[in-house]
Design a protein around this ligand. Structure first.
Ligand code: FES
Ligand SMILES: [Fe+2]
Length: 341
């Protein structure tokens, strides 16, 4: 087969195969239909609701590529394809006609899907989610289309200097990246702030006035920042002191136009629930600030990294590991297609 076959989804122009691993694919509220069409870049998917369960499968009918998210109907354990009516099994590879199923993790309102069956694809995410999910149920904070490659969104957590320049955080300390125990990438450090931003407004005012009166700024609040990227598309940040910690999940899903859909979800303990509206507003504001920079940068500019960019470089190396695996998987898919034609 010609490897540039325009009918082959893995070689379709502008639809580079996405990397394997985890994606924050959707919020529960986006999956309103029994069958919802979705995509990760050029990889077309469907989400199928079964009562409380959500399953994520490839969207292309194996017969001639009709999209099962547009017009297929559920019949028993199959989908009936809208093009020629074949019964397509859900993830059962022993059947002649079936579509591939992808692992799904649900954490509060967030639905995660993992592409590919690369043995190294999980990077400890499943176990980590189990540990967080009970105490920090996720709620939807932001969904925002951004005209930038998806890696920039997750890279943000590994870019210490941008917190001050873009978001006005007074300072950071530490902020070093290292590999985690399960192959995820970790960055850890502290933010330097005058006081907790989620304290009551009166206390915030007092602290500001004290700084004006004395001419001295005291960094009395040093929240811990501990972020773990589990794929180039998902980073989970624990932020703040242990007793009022918040868990912030940032995800990016590539869109067919080369940009991405950024999503942020936030989890806090039950006792902190009242702080959620302010935290959601804060993350909306922050993502808007990032978007201005992302959408005006030149991705082709030759970077001149310096020592302070070490965590960014660590993140880029982490991503390259995933990209290589995705390319291998795509070649495998093309070869498999050759056999069945
Ligand atoms: S394309 Fe689905 S049955 Fe033909
Ligand atoms: Fe940012």
């Amino acid at each position: 087969m010609n490897r540039m076959d325009p009918m082959d989804p893995t070689t379709r122009p502008g639809a580079a195969p996405p990397h394997h691993g985890w994606y924050l694919l959707a919020f529960d509220s986006e999956l309103t239909e029994e069958i919802t069409p979705l995509a990760i870049g050029g990889h077309r998917l469907i989400a199928v609701r079964e009562d409380d369960r959500i399953r994520v499968l490839d969207a292309d009918c194996p017969h001639r590529g009709a999209h099962l998210g547009h017009g297929a109907r559920r019949e028993g354990d199959c989908l009936v394809c809208p093009f020629h009516g074949k019964r397509i099994a859900l993830g059962d590879r022993s059947r002649t006609w079936s579509v591939r199923e992808h692992p799904v993790l649900r954490w509060g309102e967030a639905v995660f899907a993992r592409l590919g069956d690369h043995p190294d694809g999980d990077r400890g995410f499943e176990r980590a989610v189990k540990a967080w999910a009970q105490e920090f149920p996720l709620v939807k904070a932001v969904t925002l289309p951004v005209a930038v490659a998806p890696e920039y969104v997750v890279e943000n957590a590994f870019d210490p200097d941008h917190f001050k320049a873009v978001h006005g955080v007074p300072g950071t300390r530490g902020m070093a990246a290292r590999p985690g125990d399960a192959g995820e990438l970790v960055i850890e450090g502290e933010f330097l702030m005058q006081t907790s931003p989620w304290q009551d407004a009166r206390r915030l005012e007092e602290v500001r006035w004290e700084a004006v009166r004395t001419g001295k700024v005291r960094w009395d609040f040093k929240p811990r920042f501990h972020a773990r990227a589990f794929s180039p598309a998902v980073v989970v940040t624990e932020f703040g002191p242990a007793h009022e910690m918040q868990v912030i999940v940032t995800g990016s899903v590539p869109t067919a136009d080369g940009g991405c859909l950024a999503r942020v979800a936030i989890g806090v303990r039950a006792a902190q629930r009242a702080a959620l509206p302010a935290l959601i507003a804060g993350s909306e504001k922050a993502l808007g600030e990032d978007k201005v920079v992302w959408e005006h940068l030149n991705p082709y500019a030759r970077p001149r990294y310096d020592a302070r960019d070490a965590p960014v470089l660590a993140f880029r190396a982490f991503c390259a590991d995933f990209a290589a695996a995705a390319t291998a998987a795509a070649v495998e898919a093309v070869d498999a297609a050759e056999v069945t034609r």
